[in-house]
Design a protein around this ligand. Structure first.
Ligand SMILES: [Zn+2]
Length: 62
């Protein structure tokens, strides 16, 4: 499990907005959608929770 994610916080008022790889964003769950899998993220700097489609760079499950 990766601890550091290349995901940036989407909250414009967050001090780490748009900055990836700081370790402030972690995954706290996943769920399935029609076109793939979504991951739920939380930013520990501002507390924002959000979901993004997981990046499929390994072509698994296609
Ligand atoms: Zn944030």
């Amino acid at each position: 499990m990766p601890r550091f994610l290349d995901v940036a916080c989407p909250n414009e008022s967050c001090s780490l907005f748009g900055i990836a790889g700081k370790g402030n964003v972690t995954v706290y769950g996943t769920y399935q959608i029609n076109s793939g899998k979504m991951r739920k993220y939380v930013c520990h700097t501002c507390g924002t929770k959000y979901a993004l489609a997981s990046v499929q760079d390994h072509q698994e499950g296609i």
